[in-house]
Every structure is written in C-alpha cells, then in structure tokens.
Design a protein around this ligand. Structure first.
Ligand code: NAD
Length: 387
C-alpha cells in the first residue's frame, strides 16, 4: 500500500484524514511542527474534539499510522499531502506566502516521482503558483493535485467517508493518482480544473457565511424594533417547503467562514460587496447582543454578566476566532464584570457558579449543557434555546 505523509497532520483537518486513510490500509505518517500535539497523538490522545477519532487512533497508531515532527520522513513517501493553515492578514488579504513557505520548506526533501496534494483552502491561483515552483525545482512537470477538504469540524471522520471528493490536478496522471487514493475513502469523485476547485471551496464557505448574515441581519432588524424575531421566523417557515433550510441567527465564527469570504473578496479585487456586507453584519452581532442586554439592564457598569459558551461553535472545544471573545470585550468596554463559562474550557467559571453569581446572562454558543436551563434573570439568547 502507498506511503502517505500529511504535512500539518496533527491539525483539525489533517488528523481525521490521516486516521481514515490509515483505516483503509495506507501507511500514513502525520508530520507536524506542533511537538505537543505529536506527543499527545503518539500517546493515543486526540488534542481536540473529533467524533470517533480516539477509537480509530487506538486501532491504527504504530500499525498504519505514525506521528512525527521529523521532516526527513518526507523523503520516503509516495504521496505528500499539505494541510496547513491559510489565514488572511489584518487587512483581510490572503497570506499566500504562508502556504508557499511550507511547500518550499519541504521541497529539498521531495522528489519528482511523488504525488503532491494540496488540501488547504487556498486562494484561487495558488495551485498554479506552486506548480511553477515545483516545475522549476524538479525540472519537469510535477504530479500536483488540489483536492479541497469540505468536512464539518468535529465530524470529519464520518464526513470524509460520506462526501463526494472534488479532485483537480495539473495533469491527467496526477488527477488519476489522486482519484485512486480518494476513491478508497470517498463515495464519489468529482473532477474540476484547479482554479475551479479552488473557487468551489471558497464559494461553499462564503455561501454559508452569507446565509448566516441574512438571518443575523433580519434578527437585528426585527429585534431592534422591539418585535419577536422568532415568532415571525417560525410562522414564515411553518409548512412552507421552500424555507426549510432558512437558517437561524447565531454567531458566525470560527477559522474558516470569515477568512474564506475575505479570500473570495480579494480574488474579486475587493468588489465583492455582498461578502463585505456579510462580514459587517456577522461581526456586528456581538455588539448588538451587548446593546440588547444594556437595554434590559439600563447600564452594564459593574453588573455581573455570565457569558455561556466561549468556543466558536456548539459542542466543540475550538476557540479559534470565536465571537464570544468579542462579546466579552464589548461587555468589558461597558465596564461589566464578565463571568465566562464553558464546559469545554478550563479556567472558566463553573456553570452553577456563573449563574448564581450573575445579574444577567448572554448565551454565546448553545452547547447541549445549556439547552434545558431555566434562566430566571435577564438574558439575551439569539439562538432561541430558552424560549
Ligand atoms: N477546520 C475545518 O473544519 C476546515 C475544514 C475544511 C478546510 N479547512 C482548511 O484546512 C486548512 C487547515 O485547517 P485546520 O483547521 O486543520 O488548521 P489547524 O491549525 O488545526 O492545523 C494545521 C496544522 O499544521 C501544522 N503546521 C503548520 N506549519 C507546519 C509546517 N511547516 N510543517 C508541518 N506542520 C505544520 C500546525 O502545527 C497544525 O497542527 C485551512 O486551509 C482551512 O481553511 C479547515
């Protein structure tokens, strides 16, 4: 079976893919610069919330799955998959060099026979730039593919096995080899050209971000007029099939949706007004929630506010780009005394303590632990779980 190395293999996307590939018989090496994560995974511990990962890890570790921070392993692989972060900078422009630097770092260890797969969510045109770098280095056309990851964080193991895999490549040979690998895990392969595949992933995440922005904009518009948003929302959707997937308001946070909308905006020379507006709406929701509480309490000065749920989404332990921290900052700016609480995070208040000590509550994210609470103090809950 093929030897596959995943660069960034201890991350939220690399690890589930590595586990699934190992479970299909590939010899997988997770290569990562995060020594702490490498140590944990080698001891059978998954460093973050990922359904079904621990069982798979216990089965595969040191059989089909190996974990290391030693870059030299790249030399002996048939396939090298890159899945490192693709952030935007403080001006919301993609930091393309972060991806290029990672590939360049491992270039001296790679050879022209290897299939190289890019799997990060990249700025359109990045595959072509990397193709040129590889071509210059190998002095021949590289076997390069771009196969975007589309999993829902935390449910990656299940989704990798159930979602069709988009495969694009710079040559038919690379596309064929990449398709052969993903056919072992995904139910279906969909072929695109690299630029199309790059755009498909950005357009998917941006579409989700816009959906949330619509819901959030309507929520703020209606609640600001003193009306009950959810009364209208539920009436509008009831037995009306076309509104089945109309999504609820909520904090649209996390490491992907915002930055991918901004990547798409940069691609369209910052003329993507809909995306920019969605960013303003979604990023404005924390301020709106704090002002809703302020209306209820009069002033927030010296008031104790329990902030329930600090991660970026429900039932997950990831705090990357969580908007709950923006709510916390806004509350502190109003001189409130914030009591952050989250069952997934150490160093936050216990739920009972936060609720007993506070004057009011804001629901940050609707973890299951909060769904059946009876709150007997003023609260703000844009998710409508305490209706
Ligand atoms: N998180 C998601 O749900 C999700 C879903 C689909 C796509 N993506 C995309 O996948 C990519 C990775 O996201 P993620 O959430 O897994 O990020 P992550 O930060 O969880 O993982 C990236 C990993 O790369 C490692 N790394 C960084 N530089 C390295 C280097 N030079 N050599 C080896 N390892 C290195 C880091 O230590 C980290 O473990 C991003 O482009 C993201 O947009 C993420």
């Amino acid at each position: 079976m093929k030897k596959i190395c995943i660069v960034g293999g201890c991350g939220h996307v690399g690890l589930p893919l590595g586990l699934v590939l190992a479970s299909r018989g590939f010899e997988v090496t997770l290569l990562d610069i995060n020594k702490n994560a490498v140590g944990l995974i080698n001891r059978g511990i998954i460093p973050f919330q990922e359904e079904g990962a621990e069982e798979l890890l216990k089965k595969e570790i040191n059989k089909n799955l190996f974990v290391t921070d030693d870059a030299d392993v790249v030399r002996i692989q048939d396939v090298v998959i890159f899945i490192t972060g693709t952030p935007v900078d403080e001006h919301h422009n993609p930091k393309i060099h972060e991806v290029l630097n990672v590939v360049e770092k491992y270039l001296p260890l790679m050879n022209k026979e290897q299939l190289i797969i890019l799997r990060s969510t990249i700025y359109p045109g990045t595959t072509e730039i990397i193709e040129q770098k590889l071509q210059k280095h190998f002095n021949t056309r590289p076997k390069l593919a771009f196969c975007p990851e589309r999993i829902l964080q935390g449910k990656g193991i299940e989704e990798i096995k159930n979602l069709p895999q988009i495969v694009s490549a710079v040559s038919d040979e690379a596309a064929k080899e990449a398709s052969e690998i993903f056919s072992e895990v995904a139910p279906k392969i969909i072929r695109l050209e690299p630029i199309e595949a790059e755009l498909s992933k950005l357009m998917l995440n941006t579409w989700r971000y816009l959906e949330f922005a619509i819901a959030n904009q309507f929520y703020m518009m209606v609640e600001d007029k003193g009306l009950d948003f959810y009364k209208i929302f539920e009436a509008m959707k009831e037995d009306y099939p076309r509104a089945k997937n109309y999504c609820k308001p909520g904090l649209a946070a996390g490491p992907c949706l915002f930055k991918d909308t901004m990547q798409l905006s940069a691609f369209y020379r910052n003329q993507f007004f809909l995306g920019q507006s969605a960013m303003l709406v979604n990023e404005g929701l924390p301020n709106f929630l704090v002002s809703q509480l302020e209306k209820k309490l009069g002033s927030l000065k010296n008031r104790k506010v329990a902030l329930l749920g600090m991660t970026f989404k429900a039932n997950n332990d990831d705090i990357r780009e969580s908007l709950s921290f923006k709510i916390k900052k806004e509350l502190e700016f109003k001189l409130a005394d914030v009591l952050p609480s989250d069952p997934y995070l150490k160093d936050t208040y216990k739920l009972e303590d936060a609720l007993s000590k506070c004057d009011a509550v804001i629901l940050g994210v609707p973890h299951n632990e909060y769904l059946n609470l009876k709150i007997d103090k003023p609260y703000v809950d844009c998710w409508n779980v305490w209706k």
